[in-house]
Design a protein around this ligand. Structure first.
Ligand code: ADP
Ligand code: MG
Length: 213
């Protein structure tokens, strides 16, 4: 069957976002992007599984930025990821796309001064990208910012975030975000934990990229 979605325009992304993609050499959507973006724009919770390097970051960054520019306020999205390196990579992708719209991104990971980070969070960045440990430290110790109005919670590398090692920090974070929000989970592998998440939530759209190696 012929694929009805071929381009970012078919995905109903705004022209400014498509232009920004082109400036970084991203011209046509990958499979996971084609599969996930319509559901995110349609306000649905999603679990996306696709192998490493398949473009999962833009599968959430593009629709989040589109929604953000329709209604930009406060801390709009929180992206959790297990490592500092991944946090910076995700931050770079958001910034390169959003800088024309004056997007403010904060990376909250270990290795930086807590007080400086607290001040940065107080200025209400639009997107916060964090590792669970450092973000939970902020939530436990300072009150410079609030996550209670975020619109999006993204768990990047969700299999690792939900594997057990971050349980205490994840509990702190889940306690600080609103019930009403869109939750997006991404992973390269489908684990038992993700199976459980999938089975207990009714409204989730589950996309397993067909072209797995
Ligand atoms: P994953 O999270 O699935 O491992 P990434 O989101 O980190 O993958 O993307 C891997 C690389 O592919 C990045 O360098 C990214 O800029 C690039 N990329 C993402 N989407 C596209 C696309 N549609 N066309 C070309 N390159 C892309
Ligand atoms: Mg990734």
């Amino acid at each position: 069957m012929e694929d009805p979605i071929k381009s970012f325009t078919d995905l109903k992304l705004n022209p400014w976002l498509i232009r920004q993609c082109q400036t970084i050499g991203v011209k046509t959507p990958t499979e996971i992007q084609k599969a996930i973006i319509p559901h995110v724009l349609n306000d649905e919770d999603c679990i996306g599984c696709a192998k490493t390097g398949s473009g999962k970051t833009l599968a959430f960054a593009l629709p989040i930025l589109q929604k953000w520019c329709e209604d930009p306020y406060g801390i709009f999205a929180l992206v959790l990821t297990p490592t500092r390196e991944l946090a910076y990579q995700i931050g770079d992708q958001f910034l390169v796309l959003g800088k024309v719209m004056n997007l403010r991104v904060s990376i909250i990971t270990g290795g930086m001064d807590m007080v400086d980070q607290g001040k940065e969070l107080a200025k209400k960045p639009h997107i916060v990208i964090a590792t669970p440990g450092r973000l939970a430290d902020h939530l436990d110790t300072c009150n410079t910012f609030s996550l209670n109005r975020i619109k999006f919670l993204v768990l990047d590398e969700a299999d690792r975030l939900l594997s057990g090692i971050f349980d205490e920090q994840m509990r702190t974070i889940f306690g600080a975000v609103p019930k009403q929000k869109q939750t997006l989970l991404f992973s390269a592998t489908m684990t038992d934990t993700l199976e459980q998440v999938k089975s207990i939530t009714k409204k989730q759209v589950f996309v397993w990229e067909s072209k797995q190696d």
